[in-house]
Design a protein around this ligand. Structure first.
Ligand code: FES
Length: 355
């Protein structure tokens, strides 16, 4: 503790309160002081200052336009519109427009603020001495004075164009968040009641296509205990709306020995033990992909809902609230599996209010 040492024994370098005296005695860490302040062009040329002001305002105005563009994108672009953008490839037009406009809006506010600070706000450097954390009244008054001086020098009150455009851009940006609330609605209503199997009729059945081989499926090729995924004939991976359609149309095809099928209605909907269930979990819509052939249980990997496919896909475990809907299937004259109508119940999550 330095206060235990007699003052006359203190080395000069330890006397922090006399920094300048120490420097005079050859301290290698002497304060070199600040370099002389060099005024910027905008400090001495009012026209340059005006030009910088216009540049900053332009950035804030671009930010405002970008925010308006963000909101307009919601109205202009349908949610399923896909466009090609180099080098990203095929992407959602809505997502691209939202990302671009919001990015420009935020960037322009940041760039405008930086340009303002670098060209128009005071750049005079001042050393700040270390001091006790608690400031006395004199220091506080000094800080308030400095703040007022800084505010005056920033031109926030005097440069009305800058101030107003900054306020405008800052006021508009939060609107981007408000329009995102639109994604909470509208409710899907009847759109979830039907899938594209709806287009099948007894007179014009639709073939089941194996999703691995892309070939029609023959009932005789499906062995007991197997699990295959199927899609409707005519739906190609390259289709623009493939993801939206397959999210409703995907099927799990299993074959269970007819005597092992407990649910008579389910046996009726199938063909000689071949059963077609929706692959979309009725909890929150994950694709089901795990099948235990001994027990005929299908397991959803997301939250472990388990369905007994030999008993009408009844839920035997987990949070799903409904059995998996089953599609009625038969075969055409060549023995290919076909559907003659839609699911009897809506597929997918059951948390929507269904009509
Ligand atoms: S989505 Fe299948 S259990 Fe949750």
């Amino acid at each position: 503790m330095s206060h235990d040492i007699p003052e006359e024994k203190l080395p000069e370098a330890q006397d922090a309160s006399h920094g300048h005296e120490v420097a005079e005695h050859g301290d290698p860490f002497a304060d070199p002081g600040l370099p002389a302040h060099e005024p910027r062009r905008t400090d001495i040329d009012e026209r340059a200052a005006k030009r910088a002001e216009r540049q900053v305002s332009l950035m804030f105005i671009v930010s405002m336009l970008a925010t308006i563009g963000f909101i307009a994108s919601y109205v202009i672009f349908p949610i399923d519109k896909i466009i090609y953008v180099f080098p990203l490839g095929h992407i959602s037009a809505l997502n691209f427009a939202l990302g671009l406009t919001l990015g420009v809006a935020l960037f322009c506010i940041g760039a405008g603020a930086v340009h303002w600070a670098r060209t128009l706000m005071s750049d005079v450097e001042m050393p700040a001495e270390r001091h006790a954390i608690e400031a006395d009244d004199e220091v506080r008054n000094d800080v308030i004075e400095q703040f007022k001086t800084g505010a005056a020098e920033s031109g926030f009150g005097r440069r009305k164009l800058l101030r107003n455009t900054l306020i405008g851009s800052m006021a508009l940006v939060p609107l981007s968040g408000v329009v995102l609330l639109r994604d909470l609605g509208p409710l899907p209503e009847k759109k979830l009641d039907h899938t594209n199997w709806n287009e099948a009729t007894p007179a014009k059945p639709i073939q089941l296509i194996n999703m691995n081989t892309n070939q029609p499926m023959k009932a005789e090729d499906i062995v007991v205990g197997s699990l295959t995924f199927a899609k409707p004939e005519g739906l190609e991976d390259s289709d623009e709306d493939f993801q939206q359609r397959i999210a409703k149309d995907a099927l799990m095809i299993v074959r269970i020995a007819p005597e092992d099928i407990k649910d008579a209605k389910s046996r009726e909907l199938g063909f000689e033990g071949v059963l077609a269930y929706s692959k979309i979990c009725t909890h929150v819509g994950c694709p089901i992909s795990l099948y235990e052939q001994q027990t005929h249980h299908a397991l959803c990997p997301c939250h472990q809902s388990t369905f007994d496919l030999s008993d009408g896909a009844r839920v035997i475990f987990g949070p799903a609230g409904h059995p998996l809907p089953q599609l009625k299937i038969t075969t055409d004259e060549k023995g290919f599996l076909v559907a003659t109508g839609d699911f009897a119940k809506p597929v997918g999550p059951s948390f929507w209010e269904r009509s």
